[in-house]
Design a protein around this ligand. Structure first.
Ligand code: FES
Length: 251
């Protein structure tokens, strides 16, 4: 390859090498850490591609301006002609080629942007929800009252009373905030708009339109409490009396 061409392609080939290296490193990172969302990596990848192209275009622009300046000095003898619109033919050809290069870079950048957008839709955000059905431990590990051990992980309270258990959702029925259990006042209180619920889950103050929901609770064969959040019971629909909404237990 002639040295002039080699010089011209040095930057793009370096940028391409960096781009590919980043790609390989992202791929390795995804393999090493499965919790990293692949879609995020794709977006980062596309972003790096666009930034690389942006830098490339910037460098091309600076080089083009510099060369134009140099050539303008060289064609000082034809200045009068240039002022009257009669450009040096070689300068015209060069400008045209530069313009073509620009158009190609802009087209590539736009295509890459569009492709990143499409790929982004192919890999939607994946949220890793805990299983809806889970073992909640042995009944004798619960004291009478509200147990918050699954509040963060599964968004439920397990309530034990003298005759058995029930499970309450921690989602406020007003706008979905998470109420707090106030032991001294024996109530759930939502910090967002002040809704209050009795320990049973029935709402009694604030804007909440209905009681908290309950979830299915049974005793598994191994003696552990089993909670299934795919089955819910709503008080206002008369479902709190259905089998599975309450676990009778007097151990
Ligand atoms: S979200 Fe709980 S009171 Fe509004």
């Amino acid at each position: 390859m002639n040295p002039r061409c080699a010089k011209r392609y040095r930057f793009p080939s370096t940028a391409l090498a960096v781009f590919l290296t980043q790609g390989v490193s992202f791929a390795q990172e995804t393999n090493a850490n499965p919790s990293i969302e692949f879609s995020s990596l794709i977006i980062n990848f596309g972003f790096i591609a666009l930034v690389s192209l942006g830098v490339y275009v910037l460098v091309l622009t600076i080089k083009w301006l510099w060369h134009s300046y140099q050539e303008a000095k060289e064609v000082h003898a034809h200045e009068a002609e240039i002022e009257h619109g009669a450009m040096d033919p070689s300068l015209n050809r060069r400008s045209f080629l530069s313009l073509l290069g620009w158009a190609w870079v802009a087209f590539t950048a736009a295509s890459l942007g569009a492709v990143s957008g499409v790929v982004r839709f192919l890999f939607p955000n994946v949220t890793f929800e805990p299983p809806l059905k889970f073992a909640a431990g042995f009944p004798n590990t619960y004291a009478i009252g509200v147990d918050e051990r699954f509040k963060s992980s599964h968004r439920v309270w397990v309530v034990r009373e003298a005759t058995g258990f029930y499970v309450l959702s921690t989602i406020c029925t007003h706008l979905g905030c998470t109420p707090n259990w106030l032991q001294a006042e024996q109530k759930f209180k939502c910090p967002c708009h002040g809704s209050g619920y009795y320990i049973t889950g029935i709402n009694f103050e604030g804007p909440a339109p209905r009681p908290l929901e309950r979830f299915n609770i049974t005793l598994a064969d191994d003696g552990q409490i089993q909670i299934d959040q795919s089955i819910k019971y709503q008080y206002e629909l008369g479902q709190w009396g259905l089998p599975g909404s309450y676990l009778n237990y007097k151990g």
